[in-house]
Design a protein around this ligand. Structure first.
Ligand SMILES: [Zn+2]
Length: 373
């Protein structure tokens, strides 16, 4: 695509891809931008203002290319933007190492400030960010991470239909959690995900209808990836992301395409997993009771679980349960939950003083213990 932007010669005009040239003609100036990569129409953008330009750089994984990261901001925000934008090379590197090389490495990554006040937009190679998220305090880092992640999820791989929009938004939202995990460890992963377990998720993720940009699409979408990781383990999960990106970059993908990659890499039939999370609404809502009694030299604890949610009849998942003993020691157990009512029997040497369901927050779930009188 070629883009030519002509206006007052005092303005700086920015768009997708690389700048081929600037031509002056009397009082008017024309900027000629071009991208050689496939691009979805909704990712085309033109920006024109009295921009101040500064830049950073990213070195490709094979160390053969240096790519510019170009920033265009209004004069008043330059100092704040230099603080807020500083982490982009690190985020680029982390995503390239985790998912595969940045998809537009022959061109650029860019960020341009715009006057819309509602967040940001992942225009290909030139993300637009609202003035009010440039504050010089790193307060909106999650948004910068999210828009950059879209260059893999949404831009390089476009959705086949709008029902597949979670492949853009859920993936980019989960990428925020992955970057925070890389930067600050497992507790950052957990706290980021817990923060995204809010609301009722009352639309079906695989058929959001007019709720294309709802919390369900972003946050439940991210949770589905988090739970897929829990079901399959880290190495299989990250192999899936890399294979999915490699196979579908510069084209379009559907939920079915993603599911096929998951199944071929893991060797696991995931029909039930995708059905419950894409077609159901809400989350797992558990009620449980627990009772421990001594049997000879051991304790037997019976935990009775009941799924109470209305949005899906019977979820299938792996549940970790941790026992805490009076000396502070912890013991972990893992179960395959495959029906609405389950009774688990756990033998332990000591009596648990505390029973914790899903102690590491791998499940989009609420649980409530019923105390029997
Ligand atoms: Zn997004």
């Amino acid at each position: 695509m070629d883009i030519r932007i002509k206006n007052d010669s005092s303005q700086v005009s920015v768009s997708n891809g690389i700048l081929l040239g600037i031509e002056d003609e009397g009082e008017r100036r024309t900027y000629h931008w071009k991208t050689n990569y496939p691009i979805s129409t909704y990712l085309i953008a033109i920006y024109s203002s009295s921009y101040h330009h500064f830049s950073d750089e990213y070195i490709s994984l094979d160390k053969q290319d240096t790519m510019a990261i170009d920033y265009y901001v209004l004069e008043n925000d330059v100092e704040d933007a230099k603080i807020d934008f500083a982490e982009h090379p690190d985020i680029l590197r982390f995503f390239a190492e985790t998912f595969g090389e940045y998809p537009f490495i022959e061109e650029k990554y860019g960020v341009a400030e715009f006057l819309w006040q509602l967040g940001a937009m992942e225009h290909q190679t030139i993300t637009g960010v609202a003035s009010n998220i440039i504050g010089g305090k790193n307060f909106f880092l999650d948004i910068y991470i999210h828009e950059l992640a879209h260059h893999w999820w949404g831009n390089a791989i476009g959705p086949k239909s709008w029902n597949d929009i979670w492949l853009n938004e859920g993936f980019s939202t989960y990428s925020e959690a992955l970057y925070f995990e890389f930067r600050s460890g497992k507790s950052a992963l957990r706290s980021t995900m817990l923060d995204k377990n809010q609301g009722r998720f009352s639309v079906a993720l695989g058929k959001p209808g007019s709720f294309l940009f709802s919390g369900t699409v972003y946050n439940k979408g991210a949770w589905v990836l988090h739970m897929l990781r829990w079901e399959l383990g880290d190495s299989t999960f990250f192999n899936i992301l890399r294979e999915y990106y490699e196979k579908f970059k510069y084209s379009n993908a559907s939920t079915e395409d993603f599911k096929n990659v998951c199944e071929s890499i893991s060797g696991v039939n995931l029909t039930r997993f995708f059905d419950q999370w894409l077609n159901g609404t809400g989350k797992i809502e558990l009620e449980y009771t627990s009772n421990s009694k001594r049997i000879e030299n051991e304790f037997e604890t019976i935990i009775s679980l009941e799924q109470k949610q209305n949005g899906y009849e019977e979820y299938f998942f792996h549940l970790e349960i941790t026992f805490k003993y009076d000396n502070g020691e912890l013991e972990k157990f893992r179960f395959n939950i495959d029906s609405k009512n389950v009774e688990l029997s756990i033998r332990s040497n000591k009596k648990p003083v505390k029973i914790i369901l899903d102690p590491n927050d791998w499940l989009l779930m609420t649980s409530n213990e019923l105390i029997e009188n």
